[in-house]
Design a protein around this ligand. Structure first.
Ligand SMILES: Nc1ncnc2c1ncn2[C@@H]1O[C@H](COP(=O)(O)OP(=O)(O)OP(=O)(O)O)[C@@H](O)[C@H]1O
Ligand SMILES: [Mg+2]
Length: 230
């Protein structure tokens, strides 16, 4: 899979179960070590050769690269024993060594941005799924990432709660955030994306303008996939 995402783009990745969407997303963050390939985000480049084992130097660069990437999962993955505010402040404090005084105002501003003002001192289990997911987005944003990755961010949510999360993602898009979203929500993919990729069997089968791809897919595999959804 070869892909160049411009700053400020919102790219949706769609495709059947098991086609490699999550694996691809996890490779962008080195949660999964690719067998080979080149990845460049901001000023960090990692070139992994097939014959090469994963070196210390590459691990250091992967660490630098991860600092540019925020990730949001289907199952929120908030720390259950920490308040919402602590969840948001944790990575900047432990990874970047920022003080409470530096990070707390930003964390509270981020919670307000995702519509969670007043929830800072609550524990994750007392929030709705949609609220938890928005807290997870605030937590990822606290590291000031260059790009946000989402792996089916709304699949665990009822439509109403999903909409609250999608609204946050749309607002981030308007503010110029770069976002890559694996999603089963075709309505969102069509309405909100700058570009949609259809993936099957580990390959990008087709990519393009969402209206064109959904209305008139060129590849028969894309057509078949979209037909099964309707
Ligand atoms: N850690 C792993 N080791 C070996 N194979 C794996 C691993 N993780 C996933 N796979 C396989 O790789 C393929 C792609 O999986 P992946 O999770 O990326 O699919 P997906 O497109 O995200 O599917 P879904 O829509 O169900 O989430 C699948 O065949 C899966 O079984
Ligand atoms: Mg997946």
């Amino acid at each position: 899979m070869s892909l160049c995402v411009e700053r400020g783009e919102l790219v949706s990745i769609i495709g059947p179960s098991g086609c490699g969407k999550s694996t691809f997303l996890r490779c962008l963050n080195f949660l999964e070590i690719p067998d080979s390939g080149v990845l460049r985000i901001e000023d960090v480049e990692i070139d992994k050769q097939l014959s090469q084992s994963w070196s210390r130097a590459q691990e250091r660069r992967a660490h630098a690269l991860r600092a540019h990437v925020g990730m949001v999962f289907q199952s929120f993955n908030l720390f259950a024993h920490r308040t919402v505010l602590d969840n948001v402040m944790m990575a900047p404090r432990t990874v970047k060594g920022q003080t409470l005084g530096e990070i707390e105002p930003l964390a509270r501003a981020l919670l307000a941005k995702v519509g969670l003002d007043g929830m800072a001192d609550r524990y994750p289990s007392t929030l709705s799924g949609g609220q938890q997911q928005r807290a997870a987005i605030a937590r990822a944003l606290a590291m000031k990432p260059a790009v946000m990755l989402y792996d089916e961010p709304t699949s665990a949510l009822d439509p109403e709660l999903a909409e609250e999360v999608l609204q946050v993602m749309r607002r981030l898009d308007e503010e110029g955030m770069t976002q890559i979203v694996v999603t089963h929500d075709m309505r969102f993919a069509r309405a909100a994306s700058d570009r949609v990729l259809y993936v099957e069997g580990g390959y990008i089968v087709e990519s393009g303008d969402p209206d064109e791809l959904f209305a008139a897919p060129e590849d028969p595999r894309t057509r078949r996939f979209l037909r099964t959804l309707l």
